[in-house]
Design a binder for this molecule. Structure first.
Ligand SMILES: [Zn+2]
Length: 475
């Protein structure tokens, strides 16, 4: 049943923010780039190229794994209308247990497969459009999405074959000493299903598109227009799914889309994986959090006994669902589980994003008031438990130990150097503000007129005057 707000969403949301023609042009970068250390144009282009290459590589595996199925040209195309999924909200589509196909016996096509030039060009165009859907936030921008996608790719590649000891443990838990465990069993079917891997990467790439640089809580307080469309839960995540998905459904991506979703069953499965993948990044929603904890408790906490009476496929699928959630969640904060310098770079960007929100009157407190202690709490109550769970999933081999090790080291380092780091971030920001102010004054270009001229129609009315930070007036 289509509700009133769903009807509004289907007809207006993707177009309302920027363009009703479905084109996402490069947004003009301004002084905000220097002020908040945003990426430059060439970096953005490099990231578009890298993400496209990764997607092509993963999609080729999807095609190879279809093996002896009917050729693409023999399939009856799925109607575009059926693919919109606009009669339901993404939050209501989240599945507690994803169904991964049993693909153990599938025969892959030998060697590398080629995908058409048209499909490859469309993929590049799609990634470019996604890049332009991201706002120039200091943290939640296309570079963050690329960093998350890179981490997803890395974790997927690190799902390793089990050691002899792990195989023995798993056989014992199945009470069947004769059963031969394959990589399929060990990774709960993830490594044997390229579509799942492609969907995880795709989800990472789109997961924060059009992020507004403030929390869902803030969007609700502001009675943002998206709240009317998506309700008061996971507002930003649902919007990102909707925006990217509806864009993928436009005619200019026919070749690309038909390769990913040659039939309705595959389309439904891909959609489900993307919804679950992106929704996994909302770690604040109470309902989603409770469901995740419950799933973990019945699956990994003392599993023997609990799972014996359950259908084996159901147990394996539930484990796969948890592993996919963790791959994406860990990737979303992977900077906290990498080298100190990587952690500090992204930590500063998040700090600047919150400073920006405060300066725009969208956050009551200045982050300088809570940043040091807040980070310690974030490590203790979210990052370190998450890194430990990665280890307990037992599919990532030594990589999970590496993630936990970096998380603990960064936490200890932050305890020692965090206060000094906050002071440095503030003094660096003041320095940049001063520099830009001097430049503006020497050029005698009033910032207010620049803002109006340069931005023009590039931003929607409710975003105007919120794109740029308030800069000091020239003396
Ligand atoms: Zn994110």
């Amino acid at each position: 049943m289509k509700t009133f707000f769903l009807a509004i969403r289907a007809s207006s949301i993707s177009g309302s923010v920027r363009s009703s023609m479905g084109s996402y042009d490069d947004k003009e970068e301004t002084h905000a780039s220097e002020y908040y250390k945003l990426m430059d144009h060439s970096k953005k282009n490099r990231l578009i190229a890298w993400n496209t290459d990764m997607m092509i590589r993963l999609l080729k595996e999807v095609v190879r794994s279809r093996g002896k199925q009917p050729r693409e040209s023999q399939l009856k195309r799925v109607s575009l209308k059926a693919l919109h999924f606009d009669d339901t909200l993404p939050i209501n589509e989240v599945s507690q247990v994803l169904e991964l196909p049993n693909r153990e016996d599938v025969v892959y096509i030998d060697g590398e497969v080629e995908i058409s030039d048209n499909a490859a060009l469309e993929m590049r165009e799609f990634v470019k459009d996604v890049a332009n859907m991201y706002n120039s936030n200091p943290f939640h921008n296309f570079e963050h999405a690329s960093h998350v996608a890179m981490s997803v790719g890395k974790l997927l590649s690190r799902i390793v074959a089990p050691s002899a000891k792990q195989k023995k443990e798993m056989r014992l838990s199945r009470q069947d000493s004769r059963s031969v465990l394959s990589l399929y069993d060990y990774s709960y079917g993830i490594t044997s299903d390229p579509l799942t891997q492609f969907a995880c990467f795709f989800s990472a790439l789109i997961h924060d598109c059009d992020h507004f640089g403030v929390s869902n809580q803030r969007l609700i307080e502001e009675q943002h227009e998206l709240v009317d469309m998506f309700g008061e839960r996971s507002v930003a995540e649902q919007h990102s799914i909707d925006m990217a998905w509806q864009h993928l459904m436009t005619e200019k991506f026919d070749n690309f889309r038909n390769l990913v979703m040659p039939d309705m069953d595959t389309a439904k499965r891909f959609r489900q994986l993307v919804v679950n993948g992106v929704m996994a990044t909302d770690i604040m929603d109470k309902g989603l959090k409770e469901a995740r904890n419950k799933r973990w408790a019945i699956t990994f906490a003392d599993t023997v006994g609990d799972t014996l009476h359950e259908d084996e496929t159901e147990v394996r699928n539930r484990k796969a669902t948890i592993v996919i959630d963790h791959i994406i969640q860990a990737s979303d904060v992977s900077h906290t589980m990498q080298h100190w310098h990587v952690y500090r770079k992204w930590n500063e960007r998040l700090f600047l994003e919150m400073v920006k929100a405060h300066e725009e009157g969208r956050s009551a407190k200045h982050p300088v008031e809570f940043w040091y202690k807040g980070e310690i709490g974030f490590f203790d109550f979210y990052i370190i438990p998450l890194a430990k769970k990665l280890k307990e999933c037992k599919v990532f081999g030594v990589s999970s130990a590496e993630y936990l090790d970096y998380a603990e080291k960064n936490r200890d380092e932050w305890v020692k150097r965090g206060e000094e780091s906050v002071a440095k971030m503030m003094s660096d920001l003041d320095f940049r503000k001063k520099k830009i102010s001097e430049l503006d004054c020497s050029n005698r270009t009033p910032r207010t007129s620049l803002r109006k001229q340069d931005l023009g129609d590039l931003v929607s009315p409710n975003k105007q005057n919120k794109v740029l930070p308030e800069l000091p007036e020239c003396a």
